[in-house]
Design a protein around this ligand. Structure first.
Ligand code: SF4
Length: 91
């Protein structure tokens, strides 16, 4: 049983790569994300999103990875992770 190939025009409006779909608003996405981040850690994410601090970007990524538990980042047990040597306690 052969299925017909999906042509670009067959994809729904919201499908990734569909040129006719509007590009996402990064600020709207960040506002939505920020609402899920504990208040105390929001400045780290704001600094990371400004693109001026690699340290903040790494910290934000690790915090997100560890469910925003700062102590857990320091206790990370994933030495194969490329960010492992750059965790906060190592910077
Ligand atoms: S170093 Fe650890 S806490 Fe940071 S992103 Fe990798 S696995 Fe997550």
């Amino acid at each position: 049983m052969n299925e017909a190939p999906i042509r670009p025009d067959d994809r729904p409006e919201s499908a990734p790569g569909n040129a006719s779909s509007p590009s996402p608003d990064p600020e709207a996405i960040r506002r939505e994300r920020l609402a899920q981040i504990p208040t105390r850690q929001r400045p780290i994410f704001r600094r990371a999103w400004m693109g001026k601090s690699r340290k903040a970007a790494i910290r934000a990524f690790c915090l997100e990875c560890m469910g925003y538990q700062s102590a857990e980042v320091n206790r990370c047990t994933a030495p194969a992770c490329p960010l492992y040597p750059y965790r906060e306690d190592r910077l």
